[in-house]
Structure formats: C-alpha cells, structure tokens
Ligand binder design. Sequence first.
Ligand SMILES: [Zn+2]
Length: 350
Amino acid sequence: MIKVFESPKILYIRSDIFLHDYRVVDNKLFVLKMDECKGGKIVTTYLYQHPACANHEPGPHHPESPDRLESVLAKLGEVCFEDLVRFESPLAQLEVISLMHNPSYIDHILQAVPANGLVQLDHDTILSPGSGEAILRGVGGVCAAIDDVLNVVANNVFCAMRPPGHHAEASQAMGFCVFNNIAIGAKYAQETHGVDKVAVVDFDVHHGNGTQHMFESDPTLFYGSSHQFPAYPGTGESSETGVGNIVNVPLKPGSGSELFREAYTENILPKLRDFNPDLLLISAGFDAHIQDPLCQLNLATADFAWVTQELMLVADECCNGRLVSTLEGGYDLNALAECVGVHVTALMRS
Ligand SMILES: [Zn+2]
C-alpha cells in the first residue's frame, strides 16, 4: 500500500513495499530518515532564506551588514545542518503587510527605495536599491514558514532573513527595521489559518517596541521579552503590561547568564504557559552575546541553546511543537554564527 502526504511544496510517500519513506521536493526524490515521518507526522526543520536579503546595503560601517547573513548561511552550510530543508523566501503580498502596517506607510516605504545611492529613514535605518525586495522577502519568508508549520509539513522553521523587524512600528521605520516581520506573521496566522492565540518571545538584547505596540491591546496576542534596560529603544519596562498580554523583563547591563535564565524560568515561561498559545514565534536576536558590540548583557553561546530548548518545551506542551523563529539582531559575526548554530541545532533536535 502506498500512502501520500501532500503539502503545497512537498510530496511525502510512505509504502510498505519500499524500504524507505520518500519526499519529493522540486521534482527531486529524497529518502526520509527513519524518524522523519512517523504516522504521517513529519518531523523536520525548514530554513527560509533568499539571496536578495544580502542586497539590502545600509552603507559601510553599518552594523546590520550583508556580512551577517553570509556568516549565518556559512554556519548553516556545515555538514551537521545537511538535514535542514531549504527554501527561498517568497515575496510578501502587500495586503499581508497591511495587517500590521498602515497602507500609506507601506506606499511611502516602497516609493522611498532609491534607484541609486542611499535613503535615510531615521538616523540608523537606511534603504539601498536592493532593500525593497529584501524587506518583502523578509515578511514573505515568515508567512511561508507559518504556512508550513500550520499545514504540518514542518515541525519548526528558522527564517534567516534581514533586515530585522521588531522595532518597526505601524507607521514608522526605526532601529534598522522597516516592516515588522514577526508581528505581521502573528496576525497572518490568525487571519489566514484561523489560529486563535499567537505568542512571540523575543530574546534580542533590545526591546521589540514595534511588536509590543502592535500587540498590546489584543488579548489573543502575547509578547514576552528579555532585554537590556536602559538601552535602545527606551521602552520595555516591567510596568508595560498591555491588557495583561505583555511581559517585559528588563535586565541591567552586565546581567549575564544567571539573571537571563531566571527571567525565563521565573517570569516569561510561566506566563507563556498560562497564555497557552496555538503557535509560538521567536524573535531570535543574538546581540545579548558577550562578544556583541552593541550591548552588555554578557550571555554565553550556551544560553541561546538553553532558551531555545525551553521554548520548544512550551511549544510541545501547548501547540504540538508549532514554532517559527526569525532572525533579528546579532552584530558580532563569529558570535552570531555560533549562536545561530546552537539555536538551529536545538530546533532540529527531533
Ligand atoms: Zn537587537
């Protein structure tokens, strides 16, 4: 007997007359590992990326450089990541972006993309000729990843895209961010897939002011953040609680691993479990690492493996492991690559 599990992108074939299960991706046949397809439940991690994300070039000496993506993808090109199933991010539809951004702001941004040279949106958020496609691929990749976990073709997904998104407000670019990829993704999951409750957990060293503001009046959305405080952007005090759906744990410069982990075990994780999400999204910034030049939270690489594993436990308990992680900050190229490596290794643990 031959069984076929079909998704928009992948055909899974299971048969008792074959020795193995197979998947067909882009007309190529792959043998599935023994534990990759259990009773029709696909256990695998996807990676979304796109070369256009390297063409967003905010100028020399800008920390949010194309080199970041090169470092991340070089790490994920190592042999231990060969089981990642890789896709190019599609372009986002403008209607999807308008789930969280004002249409006039979207028009303003797309018209501001220069044919030559650079355009400054604020003192550190800059558009180059390649930025238009990069920002549309950023949102598109997150939404495609959400399709994949909700259609149960992937257990979880890492989106290796830039620029980051969590500082972007409904009508304002800031902090290297233009469109708020993860906040749009959360609303997209609700509007397109009928998901009830979506949580975002943000361990970037900076507070995700944009995500908080987009979520703070909606009890079906949850935002939990650990971040250095005081630091850019100045928001994220513990008193900012929205309608009971915002959990901020500000950490003083120099806090280190113990206080970071305590922020999760004592505060963010219990409240996330109480919220009981149907989908968990991660704003995965790695700029809290001790080597990062922008802040001083002094985390070790192992802390990023730990927090990923803890969040996966919650996803397993609450929402069948449905988890999408998207790259935010991280500006020391070596530390960024190592941290993404342990993060994605944890995601692939199944
Ligand atoms: Zn950051």
